[in-house]
Write a protein that binds this ligand. Sequence first.
Ligand code: 2P0
Length: 335
Amino acid sequence: QENGVVTKSSPANIAIVKYWGKRAVQLPLNPSISFSLKNCITTTKIKYTLNKELNDYSFNFLFENKSNSKFEEKLLQFFKRIDHFIPWLKHFHLNIESSNTFPHSSGIASSASSYSALAKALAEIHLQITGVTLPQTVVSEFARLGSGSACRSTQEGWNIWGDSSFEGSNDQYALEINPLVHESFMSIQDTVLIVSNQQKAISSTKGHQLMENHPYKEARIQQANKNTIQLIEALKNGDWDLFIEIAELEALSLHGLMMSSSPGYTLLLPNSLTIISKIREFRASSKIPVCFTIDAGPNIHVLYPESNKNEVLEFIERDLKKYCINNLLIKDSIA
Ligand code: 2P0
């Protein structure tokens, strides 16, 4: 086929065991486990046109009808990393348009859903042009070469990425582990409390780099490997107590690593810490298995079983919402 249009969507994901630190090219220092979200989605439309004279990357990119030269530079780097899989790339002009279902300034990381949607769209174009279906593992690998955590967004539900003692897990692409996950974790809820919607001072790419010479690097790699294996046990057994222990330990370890790198930095804000203590108080008094995780930013993800949705949402509205910027929160769940 010489031209056509494809549209693909992909969710954001939230890690419970965190990817933090990498080596070339986009390979993780440690294994990570996440689940994909239902409501936080990027949709990407690509119009492709054959140009027989062309022998270089040719594309334009619009995010919600606006051009973004910084992202275009990143896209160029991404295309250079993947074009050996799709040799047609330099002979087609791509017109790329992307949009998110979640507000741009909501503090939800969009690189995972963006590169995952892009990876799926390129695989679909590959099929239309060559008649060959790329395996899911290659789609996940494409996404990884855009943004590490994006490889965990190309499939729904729970995904593991990175070499570990869990069979099949590897550094190149994420592996979906849904068949072994207990039903109570297959309907896990995530309400994202938006504490700040400001652009963060230190990017994740910089944060990953700071792990290279981090004094706790080796200990962190060991900790993540141990937490990965324990988390899989918790997910298998429907063990919320163990899940909560690991989720909160991972979130605070991630931020501890940021605080103790050189230079050190803090992304958590006073309201993030207030929300954390309130969640722990509520859990102790109510005995409801509710906990938090945190991405590379100040916003708090509140995690809980679907069976406790009403009580937890009531608690959030009553005791936590006031700590959010403009009372902003996003009610989401696993996809
Ligand atoms: C994660 N994060 O596992 C961790 C935890 C944020 C905190 O992966 O440089 O956007 O594009 O590979 O994937 C954010 O980093 O970084 C991230 P790149 P990415 O989700």
